[in-house]
Design a binder for this molecule. Structure first.
Ligand code: ATP
Length: 352
């Protein structure tokens, strides 16, 4: 944690509840920055549905060039019922992943006191895991196509692309993370059916485990769903491909308090550019403007961002503040959350 350090953080609030939750996250970051002795220069970028409707552009090249110079990017959510599906997601989120080489999608799933529902039977220490999802390849690489569209012989293909380099760099990140935690890494795949990609993933994971000394476990994705619900203590760091990671991490979110509290980081672990941090939820147009958006996922995403920037203590402050608010009983409004987080952060500061 450095005195006089200042970070340039691009903020893309986006659509729907995005601006509501990022406003709270920004306030929380400012609060911990002041206390922990570093500076934050916010650079707002009004990307999203409104810009697209006005100009037809999603991510102008000039904006992308500016974003590249930021230390990190904090994103709210993009998506709007008035925009055809895919335009904003592909044009902004997928493009950023490719352009900034955000090859790891990091999704922690941590059960916190006060979160009830189906998972209340688990002990907190049994459900504290991180899903490392490969973020640039697999079935999401865009390989495939449709022929004879609209006829009875219409044929659609979607190919899963897995390169040795792409798989290995993701598993290496996960192994390093596992080494800093429990030393346990679980590969999740479906090697008994997806024999080609599965073989590549398994051999690569075995080699990385041998190189790094982490203990490697393996689970088929269907079994992993069952274990996540039944015996989550089995997992610490999970590494998996793009599709399985997408699905498993929503299950992880459901098990730990729902979409409102789940954070994510889209990381460029090589640090050749900024990483992007965003809550797992989307723009939630049904509740936008009602004042009921839960900002916890955005605040925890900001915590991941601070940790990635090397401001570990500040990240822990935010994480602890969210835990404290949840334990006291989650507020029902965004304003309620903001006040409670403020109080929790002041209380943490007073303890030091
Ligand atoms: P996307 O396709 O972008 O994932 P979506 O509408 O399918 O968007 P979300 O926007 O993630 O999915 O949210 C689904 C529902 O969960 C919302 O309609 C809303 O009711 C609830 N929800 C999501 N985020 C929040 C939040 N931060 N606070 C409270 N409720 C939320």
């Amino acid at each position: 944690m450095g005195d006089h350090v200042s970070y340039a953080i691009a903020c893309v609030p986006g659509d729907g509840v995005g601006p509501e939750v990022t406003a709270v996250a920004r306030r929380c970051v400012d609060a911990v920055a002041a206390r922990r002795g570093f500076g934050v220069e916010w650079r707002p970028y009004p990307l999203g549905a409104q810009l697209w409707r006005k100009t037809g552009e999603v991510l102008p090249d000039s904006v992308l060039d500016e974003l590249r110079t930021a230390d990190a990017i904090l994103l709210g959510a993009v998506g709007d019922p008035s925009v055809p599906p895919g335009i904003l997601e592909r044009g902004l989120l997928l493009r950023l992943r490719a352009e900034l080489d955000l090859y790891v999608n990091l999704r922690p799933s941590k059960l916190r006191a006060g979160v009830g529902g189906a998972v209340a039977r688990h002990r907190l220490e049994d459900l504290d895991l991180v899903i490392v999802r490969e973020n640039t390849e697999g079935l999401y690489a865009g390989a495939g196509g449709t022929v004879h569209r609209g006829t009875m012989i219409e044929t659609a293909t979607e190919e899963s692309l897995n390169t040795r380099g792409g798989v290995e760099r993701c598993i290496r990140y996960a192994a390093d993370l596992a080494a800093r935690r429990s030393g346990r890494l679980t590969l999740v795949h479906k090697t008994n059916v997806l024999v080609h990609a599965g073989d590549l993933w398994l051999r690569t994971a075995q080699q990385v485990a041998a190189d790094t000394g982490v203990t490697l476990d393996y689970a088929h994705v269907d079994a992993a769903c069952l274990y996540l619900v039944d015996n989550p203590a089995r997992f610490d760091v999970i590494v998996t491909d793009n599709l399985f990671g997408d699905i498993l991490s929503d299950l992880g979110a459901a098990l730990t308090g729902g979409l409102g509290v789940a954070p994510s980081g889209n990381l460029n672990p090589d640090r050749t550019g900024p990483s992007v941090f965003e809550p797992v939820h989307g723009s939630a147009p049904d509740i936008a403007g009602t004042g009921r958006a839960n900002p916890a996922g955005a605040v925890l995403s900001a915590a991941l961002m601070l940790d990635h920037l090397g401001e570990t203590a500040a990240g822990e402050d935010l994480d602890a503040a969210v835990s404290a608010v949840l334990e006291a009983g989650a507020p029902e409004t965004t304003d309620g959350w903001e006040a409670a987080l403020d109080a929790a952060l002041s209380a943490t500061a007073a303890l030091r």
